[in-house]
Design a protein. Structure first.
Length: 554
């Protein structure tokens, strides 16, 4: 398994921060509450929790302590406890905007997206200037692929509270690169993020900005005159154990055998391949994924040419792992690399088809580029790239200002029955139910060898058995504790009958993206499906034809 959940700009800017709790609600005149807020701000969440509880024993109606307690619990991954706290608080003050916004935060972390939206909207109805509700809706709508609605909410938050640290961090993505580096440096000096991974990633992103701020954007542009193409996929492993699917590529004219992974973002290669291909190093970077060994080291680099099938691209940023191999291959490539195309992963035929996305009514031509870095491109970067292509005049035109603003998803008529999914940068989360449960969120992950259920979801839905014989690993090494459970899984228009499903702790992945990942849809099941992906609009379609499935896969 090689689910690559690594740093991306979206994740760093929209994850709940360790901003002072006082910034998350009304100012606190009570010195004891200010002391509890200081503990929270210092990253001492357990101590802050105790302080807030002590305050609530004296005054159970103290809203500042209720909000602080719920956020302290969230930061410790005490999700259900935080939910109970905020529900109890709302029982006596159902119209409190800050409590409603806090409930939205807890629901978002629980993966209850529709409920979170309801809470955020109720908070804004009560108080149109409730900043936490604006930020919550911006994060939520971005996951819906409603990027214009997300931008409008973020802009509202910035107009209401431009000096708020959490607002400043979210607004960084709207700034041009030359301004973003200085703003990020100022944020880091003021906020002192407490999360070790988060802090390291933000400093590394700052290093990347400073290394490239005076250089053109590495836009990974298509240079071959091909609008659509197909490429053969191959199995990785042997006749006894197939670990996944592979895709062959050329990087600076050096052949590379890559794991094709819908759970990964961008292109990552081993140091061995990077050295042979002569990639130009940019900055240090660390990576996170499945496994218990912690962050793995590497760096970002620039490839002059990348060729995949008949498609050839120039000037692409890729990631390099310090390991000599990645997932026992030369590297891996995320399906989001092709997010400018309609991605058809026909696993029964072992073929990857790339074709133009449905043209939006307002577009004359669809863009063609390779998302080799696996990161969301900010509104500011879109403007910069347009200018770099010689369209600076139209880019600054006051008669067409909306042209450069983010746009909401477009559902073409032929995609009306496709499944709407949630996107967190490269990660696609598919609504699914387990044993007739409410909708949970499962990552679409061809890099996972089997379907996986999170330990938290499994304990809620069925009995869990320890499986000492089973070995599971990823970018971060082996997983020490692996379990199994029986489940009926429903997603898209499909149902998977009662089956044994691998179960392990996915809380690190949930913590990193800020919402509950209840499981992964893995290769062992996906291999019998034709999976179509529209990353631009957050749409997925699953086709199952038993006549096209080899006997071994039935």
């Amino acid at each position: 398994m090689c689910s690559l959940i690594r740093f991306v700009l979206f994740a760093v800017l929209f994850l709940p921060s360790s901003a002072p709790v006082a910034d998350l609600k009304e100012p606190a005149p009570d010195p004891a509450l200010a002391d509890a807020d200081l503990l929270y701000r210092s990253g001492k969440f357990s101590e802050a929790e105790i302080s807030y509880q002590s305050l609530l024993k004296k005054d159970p109606t103290l809203v500042g302590a209720q909000v602080g307690l719920a956020h302290s619990m969230l930061r410790q991954q005490k999700i259900d406890e935080a939910f109970e706290v905020v529900n109890n608080a709302l029982a006596s003050r159902p119209a409190s905007a800050v409590l409603l916004a806090t409930k939205g935060d807890v629901q978002f972390r629980r993966g209850e997206m529709a409920a979170a939206e309801t809470s955020y909207l109720a908070a804004k109805k009560t108080d149109p200037k409730q900043v936490r509700a604006c930020l919550g809706l911006a994060r939520l709508y971005s996951s819906y692929s409603l990027y214009r609605k997300a931008y409008d909410q973020l802009q509202s938050a910035h107009l209401i509270a431009p000096d708020d640290l959490e607002v400043q961090r979210a607004w960084l993505g709207m700034l041009p690169r030359k301004d973003r580096a200085a703003a990020l440096e100022a944020y880091l000096a003021a906020a002192h993020p407490d999360d070790e991974e988060e802090t390291q990633w933000m400093h590394e992103y700052l290093d990347l900005l400073e290394a490239t701020v005076d250089k053109p954007i590495h836009a990974c542009r298509l240079v071959s005159k091909v609008e659509r193409t197909e490429a053969n996929l191959r199995t990785i492993g042997d006749s006894r154990y197939v670990r996944g699917i592979g895709l062959d590529a050329e990087i600076n004219k050096r052949k590379a055998h890559l794991l094709f992974d819908t759970g990964a973002g961008g292109i990552m290669v081993s140091r061995k391949i990077a050295d042979k291909a002569g990639l130009t190093r940019l900055s240090t970077r660390h990576y996170a994924g499945i496994g218990d060994k912690g962050l793995q080291s590497g760096y970002t680099a620039v490839a002059d040419h990348i060729r995949i099938g008949e498609l050839e691209f120039q000037d692409c940023v890729v990631s390099v792992s310090d390991a000599r191999s990645v997932a026992e291959e030369d590297g891996l490539i995320g399906a989001d690399v092709f997010n400018s195309y309609l991605v058809d992963i026909d696993l029964p035929e072992m073929r990857l088809d790339l074709s133009p996305l449905p043209k939006r009514p307002e577009d004359s031509v669809a863009p063609n580029s390779l998302n080799s870095e696996g990161e969301e491109q900010s509104n500011a970067e879109q403007k910069e790239e347009t200018a770099a292509q010689g369209q600076a005049t139209s880019a600054m035109s006051t008669s067409q200002p909306a042209r450069h603003l983010p746009r909401d998803r477009f559902v073409a008529p032929e995609m009306a029955n496709w499944t709407k999914v949630f996107r967190f940068s490269h990660l696609v989360l598919v609504p699914a139910s387990v044993n007739s449960s409410h909708d949970m969120l499962f990552g679409l992950d061809t890099g996972a060898f089997a379907n996986i259920l999170s330990l938290r979801a499994a304990r809620q839905m069925s009995k869990v058995s320890s499986e000492d014989w089973l070995r599971v690993g990823g970018l971060n090494g082996q997983v020490k504790k692996v379990y199994s459970a029986k489940a009926i899984l429903r997603f898209g228009h499909l149902q998977v009958p009662n089956m044994e499903i691998v179960t392990l702790d996915l809380s690190p992945q949930s913590r990193r993206i800020g919402t509950e990942v209840s499981g992964l849809l893995g290769y062992a099941m996906l291999r019998i499906l034709d999976v179509k992906l529209d990353y631009r609009d957050g749409l997925v379609d699953f086709e199952y034809d038993p006549k096209r499935v080899p006997l071994i896969g039935r």
